[in-house]
Design a protein around this ligand. Structure first.
Ligand SMILES: Cc1ncc(COP(=O)(O)O)c(C=O)c1O
Length: 438
């Protein structure tokens, strides 16, 4: 029989409750902790809390523990590296594990140009900061363009690009100069989605952002926090053409969609359109902090001192990333494609006809279910979405997250098995039926 969540106490249990109280008293209140979940240990897709409850993790620490929690090969690589060298600051010195990772990543040819280079940071937001600085450095232009509902990070520069929730920007005053425009959501905009998005982009050029002053356009090839939205196939190509016409740097933010999640190493590979700069983080080292900003040798021509970070590309994260790459290339990307298609198919079979399910979409293991109050009007069922996420937790011990205003996302480890996908679909549809009364 396949493994299932085990709820042995009320949630949170007594030990978890005490830990939450202690944490809440001292940790920054800016965190958005919807689930009262304390994770003490984890393996694969399974989490254990201090009260002995076991949960099915269909979010993977927000699309990050790509090889599953504590994969033995990743743990071994971390242990081995920790015994040899923990830190030496790659900004000032060299160490073998970083060079090895850089050349393996460059060999993936993630961006345009013959030879790729990589800048190492610690998080997605840092990868985008580096991309913004590099784009300004090479173009000498001031402005950026990004898309509504995009999430690119929370540090000052990247926050200027983020247009996901206004509370993420509230109180932080003037940011960098970034303009936002429409992302082509086929479910909401229909077959002309790309056309509509391109019209709006040209409106920006015509009214507030002369293209000659735009350093870069930042785009997620699949919008993550915005609701797991897959744009029409021609969209990236159209953006590529606009950027080429005006000498604008095209940046793909693959912090969430990269590193095998969509069943290819990068989501752009589904359309074969390459960016000038690509950023990635989350899944690259199975949960160890590291991020990459890729650009061609020609583009990444900034001078020593232009950008660096003490911890960026630290030895242990690099070792974890090398082990993660072995696993991704050794079968997990294929597994994401195969089991992702299976998950989507099972969701369609179980809830595809449900009156509150507007759209089921996804590539690989980046799967979203958009909830509506009525399929004809497509009105967003945001409250129901929030309730559903919490019901899955309290009723079944399954961890899923929302994305966008009314979408539930499934972003499990790429090790997900068909049996685990079956359990997830069963628990999700049970909560949906209970909550909706259908
Ligand atoms: C597409 C995208 N870019 C950037 C970020 C920011 O990454 P981090 O939280 O590691 O700074 C995220 C995080 O969710 C993301 O999804």
């Amino acid at each position: 029989m396949s493994r299932r969540p085990q709820l042995r106490t009320e949630l949170p249990g007594p030990r978890a409750r005490a830990l939450i109280e202690r944490s809440d008293a001292t940790v920054s209140p800016s965190y958005t902790r919807d689930h009262p979940l304390v994770v003490e240990s984890a393996d694969g897709l399974w989490l254990t809390d201090p009260d002995g409850n076991e949960f099915l993790d269909m979010c993977a620490g927000i699309a990050t523990t790509s090889t599953g929690h504590c994969h033995p090969q990743v743990v071994a690589a971390i242990r081995e590296q920790a015994g040899k060298l923990i830190h030496m600051s790659g900004t000032d010195f060299y160490y073998p594990v970083q060079g090895r990772l850089a050349s393996r990543l460059a060999a993936l040819h993630p961006v345009r140009g013959e030879r790729s280079r990589v800048y190492f940071g610690n998080s997605g937001t840092e990868a985008n900061e580096a991309a913004m600085k590099l784009a300004r450095y090479v173009t000498g232009r001031p402005h950026f363009i990004a898309f509504f509902d995009a999430f690119h990070g929370r540090t000052g520069g990247a926050l200027s690009l983020t247009a996901s929730k206004s509370r993420q920007r509230q109180g932080f005053g003037a940011l960098l100069s970034a303009f936002h425009t429409l992302y082509p959501d086929p479910y909401r905009l229909g077959p002309n989605a790309t056309e509509l998005a391109m019209e709006r982009l040209h409106d920006l050029f015509r009214t507030v952002a002369p293209p000659e002053d735009v350093a870069a356009i930042f785009v997620e090839p699949i919008q993550g926090e915005g609701g797991y939205i897959i744009p029409p196939d021609d969209f990236l190509l159209r953006l590529r053409e606009v950027c080429d016409t005006h000498g604008i740097v095209l940046v793909f933010d693959e912090v969430q969609s990269g590193m095998g999640r969509t069943g290819r190493m990068f989501a752009w590979e589904h359309t074969q359109v390459k960016a000038d700069i690509l950023t990635t983080a989350k899944g690259i080292a199975s949960g160890m902090p590291i991020s990459c900003t890729f650009a061609s040798d020609d583009l990444m021509r900034w001078k020593p001192g232009a950008h660096a970070s003490t911890f960026g590309g630290n030895p242990i994260s690099c070792a974890a990333a090398n082990a993660t790459l072995d696993l991704l290339l050794g079968g997990l990307i294929d597994n994401a494609a195969r089991v992702g298609a299976y998950l989507k198919e099972r969701l369609e079979a179980a809830i595809g006809d449900h009156p509150n399910v507007g759209d089921i979409r996804g590539r690989g293991l980046m799967v979203g279910v958009e909830l509506v109050t009525d399929r004809a009007t497509k009105q967003r069922a945001s409250t129901m979405r929030d309730q559903l996420v919490m019901d899955c937790f309290y009723r079944s011990g399954m961890i899923i997250l929302g994305a966008g205003r009314n979408t539930v996302r499934f972003s499990p480890a790429l090790t997900l098995s068909e049996a685990e996908a079956d359990v997830a679909v069963e628990l999700f549809s049970r909560s949906l039926h209970v909550l909706s009364g259908h």
